[in-house]
Design a protein around this ligand. Structure first.
Ligand code: NDP
Ligand code: MG
Length: 379
């Protein structure tokens, strides 16, 4: 029988690449549901091609060619938690992934998780619920997919090594960074991704979010997670075992591999095969320590992760709003970090024991960040 999958964020970078994989694996996978934000033109094309049983749109529902289009928070939960789903690919960006992920987990549906903000905001709750409902959380993020592929028995692992390409500013001066426009920030040397994650990849906030994601996914202490700059993006991440042995996962940069691995796990089906790998073609691989002075967002994210409680929630919400303000032309690249830091320091650390408490704080932080940024071009 075909495995039924719903894709939350089907019109985005991960969503469209997932559909390319599914198209090639049509004998094994069937699209059950599609959920988009506002790109109804592309959503309509996807509906025609994949004939889903359920469709969701956040905006412009009247433009969607489908008889009963779901919308609103409950609509997204309804699609994600439908028990017909064998697996849900959570490929929405930002905080929209958290509630539908929990709804799906609650109904025992496995999750292929691209949306890292879900674990940054509520990693403890999400992982506890997944355990309780015997649900697999399969990472789509290439680094976490690599680690998942390298781990046999987590009890034998002493360290996770997460690689980072370093983004477009790795070899740029602070002056160049301060004077870069949106186009330069969005010009990632290795990966073509959605805008929010691409900005996070320039500030290295993305790597900080990934460390927090890895901490929750694999239950490893922050002290035992190392970030390494590796500009070629060929070693996708590695695991050090207690005996000193290091196992890494390598491949040419392509999100098709981790998407495919997650949605067909535990099999390893091949819909899209990357170009064959050759060490001699690559010739050289470089590694170095991250420069926390040049990339303070990474330092702040690691601090927030270690602090725990409300800290990652505040840091994540402030960052998301600062990134949107940058993308909207309200602030410059160099204003992102000061804004996030300022907001981070405004909020006392507290324990958060429920999703409602998390969202309440998340809303408050966003409001404060917007207040700080609107009208204030210089933070
Ligand atoms: P994109 O911005 O390209 O796509 C986001 C998707 O979410 C779009 O389909 C968008 O719809 C949809 N969306 C936005 N708001 C809503 C909403 N309220 N309800 C339903 N759908 C909504 O992002 P990416 O694909 O790049 O990233 C998605 C997630 O995966 C992020 O959390 C990112 O960090 C993570 N990730 C991405 C990687 C990549 O290579 N792109 C790699 C690793 C992780 P529409 O366009 O129709 O408005
Ligand atoms: Mg990644």
């Amino acid at each position: 029988m075909k495995r039924k999958i719903s894709i939350i964020g089907s019109t985005g970078s991960i969503g469209t690449q997932a559909l390319e994989v599914i198209e090639k694996l049509g004998d094994e996978l069937e699209v059950y549901g599609l959920a988009a934000g506002s790109n109804t033109e592309l959503l309509n094309k996807q509906i025609k091609k994949f004939n889903p049983k359920k469709v969701y749109a956040f905006k412009n529902t009247e433009n969607v060619d489908f008889n009963r289009v779901l919308t609103g928070e409950d609509g997204l939960k309804e699609l994600a938690s439908d028990r017909e789903n064998d697996i849900v690919l959570m490929a929405v960006s930002g905080r929209h992934g958290l509630k539908p992920t929990l709804a799906a987990i609650n109904n025992g549906i496995d999750i292929a998780l691209a949306n890292k903000e879900t674990l940054v905001m509520a990693g403890e709750i999400v992982m506890q619920e997944a355990k309780k409902h015997n649900v697999k959380i399969l990472p789509v993020d290439s680094e976490h997919s690599a680690i998942h592929q390298c781990i046999k028995n987590i009890a034998d692992v002493s360290k996770l090594i997460i690689t980072a390409s370093g983004g477009p500013f790795l070899n740029k001066s602070s002056y160049d960074m301060a004077h870069s426009d949106i186009k330069q920030v969005l010009n990632h040397p290795r990966w073509k991704m959605g805008k929010k994650i691409t900005v996070d990849s320039a500030t290295l906030m993305n790597k900080g979010l990934e460390v927090i994601e890895a901490h929750h996914l694999f239950g490893i202490d922050y002290d035992d997670i190392e970030v390494v700059i590796h500009p070629q993006s060929v070693v996708h991440s590695a695991v050090e075992y207690k005996d000193g042995s290091v196992i890494a996962q390598l491949g040419l940069p392509s999100m098709h591999i981790p998407i495919q691995y997650a949605i067909t796990y535990p099999e390893r089906l091949v819909g899209i095969k990357s170009k064959s790998f050759s060490f001699s073609d690559i010739a050289r691989l470089d590694f170095s320590k991250p420069d926390f002075g040049k990339f303070p967002c990474l330092r702040l994210a690691l601090k927030a992760g270690r602090t725990g409680g409300s800290a990652p929630v505040v840091m994540n919400a402030a960052n998301e709003e600062a990134v949107y303000a940058f993308l909207g032309g309200v602030i410059g690249y160099n204003d992102i970090y000061p804004a996030v830091e300022k907001i981070y320091n405004k909020f006392d650390i507290q324990e958060l024991n429920s999703i409602d408490e998390i969202f309440e704080l998340d809303n408050e932080v966003r409001l404060k960040t917007k207040e700080l940024l609107t009208g204030a071009v210089k933070v």
